[in-house]
Design a protein around this ligand. Structure first.
Ligand SMILES: NC(=O)c1ccc[n+]([C@@H]2O[C@H](COP(=O)([O-])OP(=O)(O)OC[C@H]3O[C@@H](n4cnc5c(N)ncnc54)[C@H](O)[C@@H]3O)[C@@H](O)[C@H]2O)c1
Ligand SMILES: [Zn+2]
Length: 696
């Protein structure tokens, strides 16, 4: 490959990874690999400056802005940090600083590098007025509503009266910090997503990035985001050093991590790095390195910036820990959908049964995803393998130590041909990586999985039942399908008992159904009959029909019969419903047993239609016209208004666009909708004017 080709390839690949990372919150490769490729590109561009492309990722900071939020120009550009994975580079950085300051004395502040997304908060008269993402460094997304939900972010800063050393608050200032998702919130979120059949996040950073960019700030708030603040900026020179500003920020009530330290020399910096290498894994959030900053702000100004980053700071990134271990055996898990997942069971190289100690946790298992992955790695039983656990949190096998093979006795991995749980022959569909057990009505983990899915918070919300209780009911033969839940009675439940052993710890736990438990379970089951149709539809557990898809289908078809009778053509017409989902629905409803299952749920009293008022056509006065409303109305509820529009032939749309004919403006109408409508010249009418159109 020619140098030009390589530069083109790297540019395109890195731009693609950047897009996935910043826009979609997905890591296609590890940060380390990304940084290696970026370094390769930078060094090629250095040697062959003529071949450098104008869209090179070496020239730009991070991502771009997304369409979903208003774009805001940063008052002070938000740059990235130069970064390195080795100590020599840090010593070189130290030399450059020394030269840049002409040999003057200086000191550093070391901080942990928190792994989240950069945020900028603007305060005016002490009040938080704006929260913005870094975006492309010049402009970012206005995510103020989401930033306001961070519990530790002061909405109003009080001048502290107790501390006389604090300077007065400037009228306007900006603070910057890292918005992050604590590991505990991350794990909780992933568990929920998994149960709701939605894509999980690879690490807390991606999860935080996704959560900060949600349109619904209530949902953003629910995800437990937090922020550590690490910069103070204003037009006035308020502080002399960075460390003073950190102390002041803390005194003003900002969330400043106490982990920072002043370091007199680069050796002290290295000591700080070593001190945190292991200890950082005990923190409640993910960190991926440390940041070294020159402490004096005057010296920072003297050193200045490159196009992409300050010359007075650098990030040192810890490499993901990678250790050799032994592949003892492969076990196979069958999931709710019948997909088979191979799992590597690992031990350390001494094979003392203690597993591998990696990045602060003990690792005994790693997912191998599917048969292709085993083939790709060329794995054999008893192989020495390399295991890595980095920002990805979930451990993975990165390769095989082929040199170690000579002295070991190896056996090939026999991929199963039959389901390990129910002995049904496995199938593998064209173009899919996983093997499946097709016995979806008789395979125990599939049955249990379906019931667990059914009781999920976003489905039937049966929190009086849990995994353990489901297992007990399944073992006693009381639950073969979720519909059996509605046949449970006090007599059947009372007195059931089971001892459960925790696989990891070997501890045993007895669960038994006493009076109170039974009453709770039955009460929960009764209440689930009030759950909305969209949740019932999600609970039914049709492949590819996650919570969001179920909501769209429910809104479109209004009831289960309309959905069941829809043909492929009709399903394809539903906005945002793709071919894969449409096919899956057709397949599902073509099966008589599935239809019988739905009839049982219907007979049990579950909601099979939306609560929307039925639309009874009154006139076609509004035909061909589109409507949107904002605010509340004196003579009717929002539902009644929607109903009126539809009953008279009008069409409701979901957002302001040039195509919108009328915006009905009520009490407390949203400013952003009004602004947009004004800009686009959309006709705005009052409630009275709307009723006049109908001759009322
Ligand atoms: N895996 C992928 O596909 C992929 C794609 C794109 C980028 N990346 C990763 O992202 C990096 C680029 O991201 P970046 O521009 O945010 O740079 P960065 O993560 O290397 O460092 C800069 C950022 O560090 C953060 N930071 C955390 N703690 C800080 C502290 N105490 N003080 C100051 N800043 C602090 C700030 O948000 C700052 O913007 C790449 O080097 C790569 O590792 C990965
Ligand atoms: Zn099976």
């Amino acid at each position: 490959m020619s140098v030009a080709d390589r530069i083109n390839e790297l540019t395109e690949r890195l731009n693609f990874y950047n897009h996935r990372y910043y826009q979609d919150s997905v890591s296609e490769i590890s940060d380390y690999e990304f940084d290696q490729l970026l370094e390769e590109l930078a060094s090629l561009e250095n040697q062959y400056p003529d071949l450098k492309r104008p869209d090179s990722p070496t020239q730009r900071v991070g991502g771009t802005i997304t369409k979903n939020f208003a774009a805001v120009e940063h008052r002070y550009p938000m740059l990235s940090l130069g970064n390195t994975y080795n100590e020599q580079d840090l010593r070189d950085f130290d030399e450059r600083v020394r030269k840049g300051l002409n040999g003057a004395d200086f000191e550093y502040v070391c901080e942990l590098k928190f792994d989240g997304i950069s945020l900028s908060m603007t305060y005016e008269n002490g009040v938080l007025v704006r929260g913005v993402t870094r975006g492309d460094g010049v402009r970012g997304d206005d995510i103020t509503a989401n930033v306001r939900t961070i519990k530790t972010m002061p909405l109003k800063v009080q001048e502290s009266k107790s501390n006389f050393a604090l300077p007065p608050l400037p009228l306007a200032f900006e603070v910057r910090g890292e918005g992050f998702m604590p590991i505990s919130s991350f794990e909780k979120l992933n568990k929920e997503l998994e149960e709701a059949d939605e894509q999980t996040y690879a690490n807390p950073r991606n999860a935080a990035s996704g959560a900060f960019k949600l349109q619904d700030s209530a949902e953003s708030a629910r995800r437990g985001l937090d922020c550590y603040v690490y910069y103070f900026l204003s037009d006035e020179n308020v502080f002399e050093t960075h460390s003073e500003s950190l102390e002041a920020l803390k005194a003003w009530g900002f969330n400043v991590s106490p982990s920072w330290e002043k370091c007199a020399t680069i050796d002290d910096v290295l000591a700080y790095i070593h001190q945190w290498e292991e200890k950082r894994h005990t923190l409640p959030l993910a960190t991926d390195g440390i940041v070294v900053k020159v402490n004096s702000l005057a010296q920072q100004r003297e050193l200045g910036f490159t196009a992409k980053s300050p010359r007075w700071a650098i990030a040192y990134k810890y490499k993901a820990e990678n250790k050799p271990g032994v592949l003892r055996f492969v076990s196979y898990q069958v999931g709710r959908t019948g997909a088979l997942t191979p799992v590597a069971n690992l031990d350390n190289i001494n094979e003392d049964g203690k597993g591998l100690w990696l990045s602060g946790t003990r690792v005994k298992r790693a997912s191998l995803h599917n048969a292709n992955e085993i083939e790709r790695l060329g794995l054999m039983l008893n192989d020495v393998v390399f295991v890595e656990k980095g920002g990805e949190i979930i451990p993975k096998i990165t390769g095989v130590d082929t040199a170690a093979r000579a002295s070991r006795s190896l056996t090939p991995i026999q991929y199963p041909t039959h389901c390990p749980e129910c002995a049904t022959p496995l199938i593998r569909k064209e173009g899919e990586a996983n093997h499946y057990c097709p016995n979806d009505r008789g395979c125990p983990p599939q049955i249990r999985g379906k019931i667990e899915h059914f009781i999920h918070r976003k489905a039937m919300n049966l929190d009086s039942l849990g995994e353990g209780k489901i297992e007990l009911l399944f073992d006693k033969g009381l639950l073969q399908t979720p519909a059996d839940l509605y046949d449970l009675t006090y007599e059947k439940l009372f007195g059931l008992e089971k001892v459960i052993t925790d696989e990891e710890t070997g501890k045993t736990k007895r669960i038994g159904f006493k009076e109170k438990t039974v009453e709770n379970i039955l009460k929960g089951i009764e209440q689930s009959k009030q759950v909305s149709f969209k949740q019932v539809l999600f609970a039914i557990g049709i492949r590819f029909v996650g919570a969001t898809v179920a909501e769209k289908l429910a809104a479109y078809f209004k009831n289960i019969d309309a959905l069941m009778n829809a043909d492929l053509e009709a399903l394809r017409n539903v906005p945002e419903i793709g071919e894969k989902i449409a096919q899956s629905l057709i397949e599902y409803f073509a099966d008589n047993q599935n239809r019988a299952y739905i009839e049982r749920l219907r007979a049990a009293g579950l909601k099979m239609e939306t609560d929307d008022l039925p639309v009874v056509m009154e006139s076609n006065t509004l035909e061909g016209k589109t409507f949107l409303y904002s605010g509340t109305f004196a003579s009717m509820s929002r539902e009644q208004l929607e109903n009126k529009i539809e009953a008279n032939g009008g069409k409701l749309v979901s957002g302001v666009s040039g195509k919108l004919n009328f915006l009905i403006v009520g009490e407390k109408a949203g400013a952003s909708k009004l602004d947009k409508a004004t800009k686009l010249g959309v006709k705005m009418i009052s409630e009275t004017e709307f009723l006049e159109m109908l001759g009322e």
